[in-house]
Design a protein around this ligand. Structure first.
Ligand SMILES: NC(=O)c1ccc[n+]([C@@H]2O[C@H](COP(=O)([O-])OP(=O)(O)OC[C@H]3O[C@@H](n4cnc5c(N)ncnc54)[C@H](O)[C@@H]3O)[C@@H](O)[C@H]2O)c1
Length: 388
């Protein structure tokens, strides 16, 4: 299916604008919605990203000049139900990509206000989306970004969304048990349950993409225009691990590996996120289906990521150090980890695996902005014990 009308919720974020451009370039009619929730949080906490793209209307103008394609943008709060209904009435999406949540585990564990903000924003936004679709058009396909973190690190293989259990001679297939490791991850488990519930009640069609941490900033659509690159957060609250390591390496700051660094997770390149979301949209879930894909391309321990950045730094003559610091989180540092990730490969994903060339390219770009890197933003300040 091509030429769909797709509404991207959370269009201003790290993944959002890159997704808008990617879908637009693929021939879809795209609109974006965002209320700058994330920019506001970062500004209030004094955590400026290293790359700080222009606001959405300006990016839409730049994209129009580059591609000749329009992406209308709506500056609205997804937690405002009436505003969302109005946007959906005007744009009449056939599919919605839902990125618009508070995405940081440390932020969600900072204190009571941040916990409440995370819980309310992530669940009310998802509920509003479901209710608006219920009221307007139940055929709209929802592609919601979940996280591999909902599964935790169980001592058995992680299946793709569901687990078949034999019990006292009978068999039943359940959603795979969730053991999230932060309040943020818990809200991702809860929004998934909410969507699964409405698939069963209202026959909604939903794809939940349980994504691992994303790295990288480059995409075909942004090309070499720095104004179209995503924001690059490198602080301990919003920076994802590999992106943070690259900035630390460029700044000459030892890489902060939490504990022994044996934590294993599934990672993927930003460009693969874009393809995964597009593939999920172009082969939609059936009415009543809550479809789950595990969205990552390869697994690494944190220490392996640190070694990859040390190696890439060496290519540029940087002597990158690694610092094992006390782990602020409550998580296993040595554990079994074998998640299935077949669905998106079967839909046609051709992964961009992590390599030194990509890390070197990213390091070169970050080095151009070296003077603006704030060294005081990278050490962990939030522990999982409560309190900042
Ligand atoms: N980046 C990753 O590594 C990663 C990994 C797994 C899952 N995810 C998930 O993917 C999604 C996108 O992640 P990201 O890294 O782009 O995060 P991001 O914070 O950069 O983008 C999210 C966007 O949603 C917007 N938003 C939040 N609440 C909103 C609301 N109530 N109304 C309107 N807009 C709102 C924010 O302003 C922000 O621009 C998130 O749901 C995140 O949990 C991200």
């Amino acid at each position: 299916m091509s030429g769909m009308r797709v509404l991207v919720l959370g269009a201003d974020g790290y993944l959002g604008w890159a997704t808008c451009m990617h879908l637009s370039a693929a021939g879809h009619q795209v609109a974006g919605l965002d209320n700058y929730f994330r920019r506001d949080l970062a500004r209030n906490l004094d955590l400026p990203p290293l790359l700080d793209p222009p606001a959405l209307p300006q990016r839409a103008r730049l994209w129009r000049e580059r591609s000749g394609r329009e992406i209308p943008v709506f500056i609205q709060d997804l937690c405002d139900y009436d505003a969302l209904v109005e946007v959906m009435r005007r744009f009449e999406p056939q599919a919605v990509v839902h990125y618009a949540e508070q995405p940081s585990a440390p932020y969600s564990m900072m204190g009571p206000a941040e916990a409440r903000t995370t819980l309310v924003n992530n669940l009310v936004s998802t509920l509003n989306l479901v209710q608006a679709i219920g009221a307007l058009d139940r055929g709209v396909h929802v592609v919601k970004l979940g996280t591999m973190g909902v599964y935790g690190t169980p001592n058995i293989d992680i299946e793709e969304g569901y687990l078949t259990v034999q019990h006292k001679g009978r068999e039943h297939t359940f959603l795979y048990p969730k053991t999230p490791g932060s309040l943020y991850h818990l809200t991702k488990a809860q929004d998934g349950d909410l969507l699964y519930f409405y698939c069963r009640m209202w026959d909604l069609a939903v794809t939940d993409l349980n994504q691992g941490p994303v790295y990288g900033i480059f995409s075909q659509e942004a090309g070499d225009d720095p104004r179209l690159l995503p924001p690059l957060a490198y602080d301990d609250i919003f920076g994802t691990v590999l992106n943070r390591f690259v900035v630390q390496a460029a700044a000459g700051v030892p890489l902060t590996v939490y504990g022994q660094g044996g934590q294993t997770r599934g990672y993927l390149n930003l460009m693969d996120t874009l393809t995964c979301v597009r593939l999920a949209l172009e082969s939609p879930a059936e009415p009543g289906q809550y479809r789950v894909f595990n969205q990552f391309t390869e697994t690494f321990t944190v220490m392996e990521l640190a070694r990859a950045v040390v190696e890439a730094g060496a290519e540029l003559g940087l002597q990158v150090e690694v610092n094992n610091i006390p782990n602020p989180r409550r998580e296993a540092e040595e554990h079994y980890y074998n998640p299935v990730h077949r669905g998106l490969l079967e839909l046609g994903l051709q992964p961009h695996y992590l390599d030194t060339a990509m890390l070197v390219k990213m390091l070169r770009l970050v080095l151009e902005h070296r003077d603006r890197i704030r060294r005081d933003l990278m050490d962990p300040r939030v522990t999982w014990q409560g309190g900042a």
